[in-house]
Ligand binder design. Sequence first.
Ligand code: KG4
Ligand code: ZN
Length: 330
Amino acid sequence: MYTLGIETSCDETSAAVLKGRKVLSLVTSSSLSLHRQYGGIIPEIATRNHLKVIDRVVSLSLDKAHIEPSSIDVIGVTIKPGLVGALLVGVNFAKALAMALNKPLLGVNHLHAHLFASFLNNRVRYHFPFIGLVVSGGHTELFLVRDFTDIKAIGKTRDDAAGEVFDKVARAFGLGYPGGVYIDRIYNPEFRGAFTFRCGRIGLDFSFSGIKTALVYKKEELVRKRQFTEEVKVKLLSSFAESVVQTIVRNTVMAAEKFGVKTIVCGGGVLANRRLRQLLHEASRAYKLKIFIPPKQLCTDNGGVVAGLAFYRYNKTRVSDSISITVEPN
Ligand code: KG4
Ligand code: ZN
């Protein structure tokens, strides 16, 4: 079965063709460089860029997979969550294509799709049930996944997402965008306990906005006292990052214990973080859990995971969505 996946929820315009779970092509065009000067994603710029490139991105994904549009069996597209204008570009393109080719169309929640990354290319067999951990710029969520057709949210952030808090902190420290990348680069394990910062945990929910404020106040205090050196900056950021990733891992392990599940599957851009990956591997050994972390290029938003989830659902149920599906931004 050939599946075309289209993803336009944020700044990436991405399309992929799968044969079963195997990725035949994955083409992504990002408008990230256009947003850098603003220190965050500007929805209008993202939307206009999707409009500009979507045709070429999808055509190229078909060319690279060496298949004709008529050979596609299923089309999957992100319908949520994301920026409303950005989502509309992908969804309307996918609908038009599905109608023109008379193919089934499936609307996909791309947070759920992130969890498919580990199963692409038949790297591993499906391991149900599992705890799904999605950590991205807009979301920090835990799921109980009994099957890719039975996904239940069991924990989420009450305020900022982990990626968002990395980005906001990086901006306050005059680092580049996206901030998570710069904080990961600066992170020094020797300094991870230099300062004490705590993130909020309420059951399986997270809260990251308090730590951001505490860190910025501490920085301002040290600047006032003329103690804010380059080394102090690294100490502050390393201590902050350590607390964020420790909190993510702690709640994930707690979720596994609460639901008696022995497998964790991860996804989302923040999973590129070296310390988070390391802590997840350590937790896997300490708690005898199987942990799947996708390769970095499949952690971020991409058409491959959207196609993967659409393939799975259609292959299992043979049920497609109505051509009148529309976006659900939240
Ligand atoms: O999943 P993603 O590509 O986009 C969505 O938000 O959907 O995630 C982007 C987020 C950004 O907030 C970025 O700062 C963060 O992932 N990020 C990282 C790293 N690389 C990207 N955070 C921590 N460490 C990294 N190495
Ligand atoms: Zn995402």
